[in-house]
Design a binder for this molecule. Structure first.
Ligand SMILES: Nc1ncnc2c1ncn2[C@@H]1O[C@H](COP(=O)(O)OP(=O)(O)OP(=O)(O)O)[C@@H](O)[C@H]1O
Length: 241
């Protein structure tokens, strides 16, 4: 069994004539934060759709916490939490009602759910907001509530697809630092899809995806080298040429 949080092994996917992913391979070690960096159209959302089984994965292999997604889909998905680009919370319900609903979807007993929700709300800084409607929260608070929702069943791996889109600088920093803190505390391993270079720190793991292919993977500092990450990214992708 793999010791990695996530193993992506030669995964390809096509939409008719468009090959969105071409033999994509990388691994996310346990308890690490890795950024999946790519411009629009690189294939990030397609990859997330395969990992979450929105699309069938017919070529290559995906393992979540060692569980093969095709052979053991329920086990693999049970180890996965996801924050998609689109909103997953009901804006008319309170934070508590939303989280309780998602806890019940995961089969968490009502008595356990309440303590889990209170614990999570504290971790994401929404302890005082549990009784508030989601529509009354700021954009950053809503994203933090989405993260709590994705963690309700204690997954090993958390996927976030452009989680800071539409947030102001302060909220963006809060969501990022919350996510990194969860990793540091050993709660979860993270794959953070983004096209924003500023969101990546030297200590992060980094996977550069471009036109459906992995160009580089490794520690961000190593990939950046002496040129800095922006120049390294432009050089690798050929975008500046
Ligand atoms: N449902 C679809 N039908 C046809 N082509 C698609 C579909 N979804 C994605 N594609 C194509 O697959 C490629 C990868 O798209 P994808 O959305 O995965 O990229 P992305 O990196 O997530 O970009 P973005 O940040 O814009 O979401 C693109 O060429 C895109 O046009």
């Amino acid at each position: 069994m793999s010791d990695n949080a996530l193993d992506i092994d030669r995964v390809s996917h096509s939409f008719g004539p468009v090959q969105a992913l071409k033999e994509v391979s990388f691994t996310i070690p346990k308890s690490s934060f890795a950024a999946l960096l790519g411009v629009n159209g690189a294939g990030k959302t397609t990859l997330f759709s395969l990992i979450t089984r929105l699309y069938d994965n017919n070529s290559g292999r995906i393992r979540v916490a060692g569980h093969d997604l095709r052979r053991q889909p329920s086990r693999a998905l049970a180890r996965l939490g996801v924050v998609f680009q689109s909103r997953a919370l009901d804006a008319d319900l309170t934070v508590m009602q939303n989280l309780a609903y998602h806890a019940s979807l995961h089969g968490i007993a009502r008595s356990d759910a309440r303590s889990r929700i209170v614990e999570l709300a504290g971790q994401v800084g929404l302890g005082e907001r549990l009784g508030h409607r989601v529509s009354s929260l700021s954009g950053g608070q809503q994203r933090r509530a989405e993260i709590a929702r994705a963690l309700i069943h204690r997954p090993d791996v958390l996927l976030l697809d452009e989680a800071t889109v539409g947030l102001d600088v302060k909220s963006r920093a809060e969501v990022l630092s919350l996510t990194r803190r969860l990793v540091r505390q050993g709660q979860v391993s993270v794959l953070w899809a983004t096209h924003i270079l500023d969101e990546i720190q030297p200590d992060d793991g980094l996977v550069i995806l471009h036109e459906g292919q992995v160009l580089r993977q490794g520690p961000a500092a190593e990939i950046a080298g002496s040129r800095g990450l922006t120049q390294a990214f432009l050089d690798l992708t050929g975008i500046a040429a």
